[in-house]
Design a protein around this ligand. Sequence first.
Ligand code: ZN
Ligand code: ZN
Length: 259
Amino acid sequence: MLIDTHCHLTYEGLFENQHEVLARAAAAGVGRLITVGTDVPDHAKVLSLLRSHPQVFGALGIHPHHASEVEDGYERFLENRIRSEKKILALGECGLDYHYQFAPKLLQRGVFLNQLEMARRIDIPVILHVREAHPDALSVMQDFPELKFVVHCFTGTPAECKSWLKLGAYIGITGIVTYKNAKDVQDAAKLVPPDRLLVETDAPYLSPEPVRKIKTNEPAHVAHTARFLADLRGASFDELRVQTTANAARLFGEKLLAT
Ligand SMILES: [Zn+2]
Ligand SMILES: [Zn+2]
């Protein structure tokens, strides 16, 4: 079995087609999915999906793109939602995104820190979104050595990848690794130890080769990324599948694999 450790089933293109999308995922051997909520309205849709589909698990967080939209008291609201739903396995995605900067840097940092403190209180792993902000995010995470976390959709340099690995991070690899021009991501993916590697789609975005032309990516396509990664790392597809599934269960908890 493969696990898509990061997708957005609540987003347009996937949510309205959830039954077909999940059937295609199952047919491709993708037996578990983690759908990631990115703002408060999105969280309600995540919870509805978890309740409808046994193979779907979730994470709830405030994405840095939405950091300037949070209202007073959001921390308590978010914490209650995470604590009261057993199928929420992580806090996130949260982090820093300096590529778009939909929210000012300082505001992103505050909302990020609030969520890391929350994760420490709840004792739950964290899904980090870091884009063009690796030095700042690395220095923030140095103050949270007890947190287990994944740097999802890794797009940094091999040197940044090494710094994350030193902090104990898991590294999430998307379809970007299959793109011809993604030399840095490929080099980084090669140096991740077998016990720290995760695969994900980040669907509906980032369709991997050879289905890159399909505009709406979906969890079934994580198999293409896994195949490419196995070749890149000189492993068999089966080895990669077994390793990444074990890693996901170690990070997010064994209940991910419970039937
Ligand atoms: Zn992200
Ligand atoms: Zn995402």
